[in-house]
Design a protein around this ligand. Structure first.
Ligand code: IPM
Ligand code: MG
Length: 354
C-alpha cells in the first residue's frame, strides 16, 4: 500500500529489492496492491476503504508507504485526520499492539545528528517498543461537553493488566536478542495508570532474569536521550509516550528517511512502514531516500516471514552502500556521491545480488 506523497516512489524501489530476494532465496511472494490515504479517497471517498481491508485480511503482511498529502480545497475538512483514520484504523482492525521503532545512528551518518559530536560519535542503537492499540489514544470515554467557558474536552488514559503484560513481553523478548536491557518509560510519580504500568512491567521483568530492567520517568527519558543515548537498548513505552520518544530518538539519528518500523500483533501478521511520513514537499522529484522503505521490507521478512538471513542481507547491503559514500539529499555531505531514489535503490540491489 504505497499511499501518498513519496510513498509510491520509495515503494517501487522496495519492491525491486523484494524481487531480488525472491530470486536469491528461491521464494515466491504474492503481491496485492491496495489504496490507502489520499490515494484511496479519490476513488472510494474513504481513507481506508473496505476493499483495502479485505485485501489486507487475505494477506500475510502489509508493506505500507505513507499517508497524508495534497489537500484538495473542497475536501479540506474531510481530509483532516487522514493519518488518524487510516493508520489508527489499520492498527485497531488487526490488533497490531506492538510497534517496533528502531533508531540507529550509523557511524557514517553521525555528522547529520543534531547531537554534539562527542555524543554522536559513539553511535547508538535503540529500539522503541511502543504499545499501539491502547492507552489514551483509544481509551473511552473521550469527547467534549458543555459550552462557553465551561466547555470541557477529555480523553481517558487506561490500560488493562493483559495489555501491559503482552507489550512488556514483546520488549523483554526482543531485548533477549539484543543487548538485554529494557528501560520502561512511565509517569508513575503522577498518573495512576502509570503506577499500574510500572507494577505490571516489574512483575513481567521477573520472568526474564537475563534481561536488565530499569524504570524511568518520561521527562527524564526525554532528557537522557539527548545526553547519553548509548545507555538505552530497548525503550518500552505506552502509546503516547512512545509516539513522542520515538520521534525524538529518530531525530537524533539525523535522518527520518532511514528509519523503518514494524507493527505486529498476536500472530505473524504485521504492518511495516517507514517512519518519515509522506514528505509532500519533495514528492514526485525522485530525490526521496528509499532506505526506510527498504528496511521496512526487511523487517517484514524478519517478523512476518521469519527470513532472518534475507533480512540481514538487506541490512548489510544498506550499510555497505552508506559506507561506500552514496547519499540521497537528506543525508548528503560534501565529498559524498549524491544520488536519487532510483539510483540509491540500484546500488543497494547490486550489493544484495553480489
Ligand atoms: C505515528 C504518528 C501517528 C500516531 C499519527 C499520525 C496518528 O504520529 O505513527 O507516530 O500518533 O501514532
Ligand atoms: Mg508519531
Amino acid at each position: 500500500m504505497p499511499g501518498d506523497g513519496i510513498g509510491p516512489e520509495v515503494m517501487q524501489v522496495a519492491l525491486k529489492i523484494l524481487d531480488a530476494v525472491q530470486s536469491k532465496y528461491n521464494v515466491c511472494f504474492d503481491y496485492r496492491h491496495a489504496l490507502v490515504g489520499g490515494a484511496a479517497w479519490n476513488d472510494y471517498g474513504s481513507h481506508l476503504p473496505e476493499e483495502t481491508l479485505k485485501i489486507c485480511r487475505e494477506s500475510d503482511a502489509i508493506l505500507f508507504g505513507s499517508v497524508g498529502g495534497p489537500v484538495r480545497e473542497q475536501d479540506t475538512d474531510k481530509w483532516r485526520g487522514v493519518e488518524v483514520h487510516s493508520l489508527l484504523g489499520l492498527r485497531k482492525a488487526f490488533e497490531l499492539y506492538a510497534n517496533l521503532r528502531p533508531a540507529k545512528l550509523y557511524p557514517a551518518l553521525a555528522f547529520a545528528s543534531p547531537l554534539r559530536s562527542d555524543i554522536s560519535q559513539k553511535g547508538f542503537d535503540i529500539l522503541v517498543v511502543r504499545e499501539l492499540t491502547g492507552g489514551i489514544y483509544f481509551g473511552q470515554p473521550k469527547g467534549r461537553r458543555g459550552s462557553g467557558d465551561a466547555e470541557t474536552a477529555f480523553d481517558t488514559m487506561l490500560y488493562s493488566r493483559a495489555e501491559i503484560r503482552r507489550i512488556a513481553k514483546v520488549a523483554f523478548e526482543v531485548a533477549q536478542k539484543r543487548r538485554r536491557k529494557v528501560t520502561s518509560v512511565d509517569k508513575a510519580n503522577v498518573l495512576t495508570t502509570m503506577v499500574f504500568w510500572r507494577q505490571v512491567v516489574e512483575e513481567t521483568a521477573r520472568e526474564y532474569p537475563d534481561v536488565e530492567y530499569e524504570p524511568m520517568y518520561v521527562d527524564n527519558a526525554a532528557m537522557q536521550l539527548t545526553k547519553n543515548p548509548q545507555q538505552f537498548d530497548v525503550m518500552l513505552c505506552g502509546n503516547m509516550f512512545g509516539d513522542i520518544l520515538s520521534d525524538e530518538a529518530a531525530a537524533l539519528t539525523g535522518s527520518l528517511g532511514m528509519l523503518p518500523s514494524a507493527s505486529i500483533g498476536m500472530g505473524k501478521f504485521g504492518m511495516y512502514e517507514p517512519g518519515g511520513g509522506s514528505a509532500p514537499d519533495i514528492a514526485g522529484q525522485g530525490i526521496a531516500n528509499p532506505i526506510a522503505q527498504i528496511l521496512s521490507a526487511a523487517m517484514l521478512l524478519r517478523y512476518s516471514f521469519g527470513m532472518i538471513a534475507a533480512t540481514e542481507d538487506i541490512e548489510h547491503a544498506v550499510e555497505t552502500v552508506l559506507n561506500d559514500g552514496y547519499r540521497t539529499a537528506d543525508i548528503w555531505q560534501k565529498g559524498n556521491r549524491k544520488v536519487g531514489t532510483a539510483e540509491m535503490g540500484d546500488q543497494i540491489l547490486k550489493r544484495l545480488e553480489s
